[in-house]
Design a protein around this ligand. Structure first.
Ligand SMILES: Cn1c(O)c(C(=O)NCC(=O)O)c(=O)c2ccccc21
Ligand SMILES: [Mn+2]
Length: 250
């Protein structure tokens, strides 16, 4: 690229970034969630998928929740393999494409955070996030029960989930994410298919109870949780206080 083309490309990228952030802010404010498709593009998305498949292949994923068994009797002891997870910093040598994904989501969130009412995304001031949680549902009917990510003000305000599942068909493979947004009509839900190169944002608190329906093929996703500065600081303070109290008791 000549400097002129590079400058033009930069401006295009900047404009795309601004538009995307405006879209995120608009959808989060209006619906409490936002879906961005073709987030990285086929080539880059496949590089992220290959690193996740490597992690899976190395056996680095650990069972994320207690393995659920049905009933007590021997005959109906139907153990459903649990979801498997691992935490990735993104700086690990074998995770540079996952690191690239994390950087792109960070860029969106920090820019969106700056864009609205005096630098806060709604009532939040986002100043940090968790590491990336790589999750795999092994496809033996594994599901995730209806839950709220952050029911008790632990500091997490936005959940960002990047899906990696090529040619996923929920009619055949299940694995639908069903969100029950607070404030929507009783019979209205948000059904999100976990399709390749899809990025989803939603408020992490009680506004968005959600469930992962049973998956019958291997289902991969990468999740980041973004922190609100004030809520997180308070949560840490409460945690430290509790720890000190416990130590006194002990
Ligand atoms: C594996 N897995 C999850 O899949 C979801 C979750 O809500 N996923 C939504 C989705 O994958 O569409 C979680 O929220 C979650 C929280 C703690 C540990 C593991 C977890
Ligand atoms: Mn969740």
């Amino acid at each position: 690229l000549t400097s002129g083309e590079a400058l033009l490309q930069h401006h295009i990228d900047e404009d795309v970034l601004e538009d995307t952030c405006a879209n995120i802010i608009q959808d989060l404010s209006a619906y409490g969630l936002c879906v961005l498709d073709n987030f990285l593009g086929q080539e880059q998305g496949l590089k992220v998928l290959s690193e996740v498949l490597e992690i899976k292949g190395r056996g680095d994923l650990r069972d994320g929740q207690l393995v659920s068994t049905r009933g007590k009797g021997k005959e109906d002891l139907k153990t459903i393999r649990s979801d498997q997870i691992c935490w990735v910093h993104g700086k690990e040598p074998e995770c540079e494409n996952i690191g690239y994904l994390i950087g792109r989501v960070d860029t969106l969130i920090t820019r969106a955070n700056k864009m609205v009412n005096n630098g806060k995304l709604k009532e939040y001031n986002i100043n940090g996030r968790t590491k990336a949680m790589v999750a795999c549902y092994p496809g033996s009917g594994t599901h995730y029960v209806k839950h709220v990510d952050n029911p008790n003000r632990d500091g997490r305000c936005i959940t960002a989930i990047y899906y990696l599942n090529r040619n996923w068909d929920v009619h055949r493979s299940g694995g639908l994410l069903r969100i029950f947004p607070e404030g929507w009509r009783e019979d209205k839900v948000a059904d999100i298919e976990p399709i390749f190169d899809r990025l989803l944002f939603f408020w992490s608190d009680r506004r968005n109870p959600h469930e992962v329906q049973p998956a019958y093929d291997t289902r991969y996703a990468i999740t980041l949780w973004y922190f609100d500065a004030v809520e997180r600081a308070e949560a840490v303070r409460q945690y430290d206080k509790a720890r000190v109290l416990n130590r006194d008791v002990l």
